[in-house]
Design a protein around this ligand. Structure first.
Ligand code: KIV
Length: 260
């Protein structure tokens, strides 16, 4: 293997994320949604695994993340937790589980933590959800924020910096910045005490996250500029499965050695 060798095999905590920012060590994150993939991602040395609501697109084939439910997130997160020894496991709170009011947000947050065994939760949004974020933090649950810029507000650094600061001041341990222009993401990162994790936000954030199926080249037809493909698993899997089909059709599988 030519990968990164992890020198510290202790379980990664939210506190370690902050320490990594303080000593200038970049934080690596990937998504996972199942036991087997999470085990591989963890043993390769990733610092944090996000059980993202991108499971909706990647695992179920939905066009958006909106249909994911609390029960479905718990199911995926529990599978990931079972496969992970070292990485910090963060689970997305799905759309509709925290937007209506603080009480419902806290109730769903507690349920996800209790039933999945994950280490922290991620919530999308800014000032409109700060009260709920505070409630979840008050319940003792670590929260990762998630902000992204809409194209119309791309130049509003003032507004954006304030939103990021709100999340840090509320007590979030980290903040995902999605598709934020690189210069803005760098400025926000420099102004925050908590680590920023970028996706399509340039090299100036404290860490990076990608959707695992995208970076492994399992998905096709999704090629944003920020995506680096580290493998072409789609071709590898299709070839392997094609060989299997052919072996079955020609009776070359199973051989005598592969039978009892
Ligand atoms: O759901 C997800 O995969 C995410 C990442 C894109 C950060 O939120």
């Amino acid at each position: 293997m030519t990968g990164y060798l992890v020198s510290d095999s202790r379980k990664v905590t939210t506190h370690r994320f902050i320490e990594m920012k303080q000593r200038g060590e970049k934080i690596s994150m990937l998504t996972s949604y199942d036991f087997t993939t999470a085990g591989i991602v963890d043993s390769a040395g990733v610092d944090g695994i996000l059980v993202g609501d991108s499971a909706s697109n990647v695992m179920v084939g939905n066009a958006t993340t909106l249909p994911m439910t609390v029960d479905q997130m718990i199911y995926h997160a529990r599978a990931v937790v079972h496969g992970v020894k070292r990485a910090l496991v963060v689970c997305d709170m799905p759309f509709g589980s925290y937007q209506s009011d603080r009480k419902e947000g806290v109730r769903n947050a507690v349920r996800i933590m209790k039933e999945s065994g994950c280490d922290a939760l991620k919530l999308e949004g800014g000032a409109e959800i700060i009260d709920t974020v505070k409630g979840i933090l008050d319940a003792g649950i670590p929260v990762m924020g998630h902000l992204g810029l809409t194209p119309q507000s791309i130049n509003k650094f003032g507004t954006y910096a304030v939103r990021a600061k709100d999340e840090a001041e509320a007590g979030c341990f980290s903040l995902v910045l999605e598709k934020v222009p690189a210069t803005l993401a760098s400025k926000v990162t420099a102004n925050l005490p908590i680590p920023t994790i970028g996706i399509g936000a340039g090299a100036g954030t404290d860490g990076q996250i990608l959707v695992v199926a995208d970076m492994l080249g399992m998905t096709k037809g999704f090629s944003p500029k920020f995506l680096r493909r580290y493998a072409d698993l789609n071709t590898i899997m299709t070839d392997a499965i094609g060989h299997y089909v052919s072996d079955v059709k020609t009776s070359s599988f199973p051989s005598a050695d592969e039978a009892y």
